[in-house]
Unconditional design. Sequence first.
Length: 227
Amino acid sequence: MKRNLYVALGDSITAGYGAPHPHATFVYQVSQFAHEQGLADHTMIVAQNGWTSGDLWKAVNVIGEAVWKQTNMITLMTGGNDLRRLLRRFYLPISGPAITPAVIDRVSAEFTYNMNLLCNFIYKRNIPYVIVTTVYNPIPHFPIAVAAFDRLNTVIRKLAEAYRFTVSDVFAGFQNREHQLIEGYRNGKFEDLALPFRRPIHPNHAGHARIAEVIKKSLRSMAPPLP
């Protein structure tokens, strides 16, 4: 069976939130590039708004093996919602107890566990092109968030290295440019997330394009040149 499928795994960003139209999503742009490079002719998106790494792991497990046998390329972007649920405790006190080092350790351990399951699952299926992305921080002026996202991205890089996957550093691509790349970006502080609508979380048009460029750069380093 020919491998000609691109599977995009993730959450709301992978699902296209923040993009002004379907052709502006990073997945669409990456899929076009994959087609041009002869890497994939079809795309399958496995992503929903609000999904954590645990939700994504559950979703991956219900996909039939026939799909994975056709998969030539994967992008995996997850973890942002794991941390956003943690940070929500600051602006929604009823959602749980205050953030403590023990709580952060627990969230980090859960993410590490789920991310390892995802990576191991993908590794066992011998998919030729696997891109694992880091995640950007939508509130870079909140010290707890800075430390938490740094910790999460360290886990992502270490697991990707362990499984010999390619890392696309979306975090670095957004760093110091959050105001240009995040829809509704205001001050980069946790108070911004307390707004009832238009929370500055998702990438805007330029943000999706930036993610796509970071991923395409990684693919160029992996894919053999066209004849």
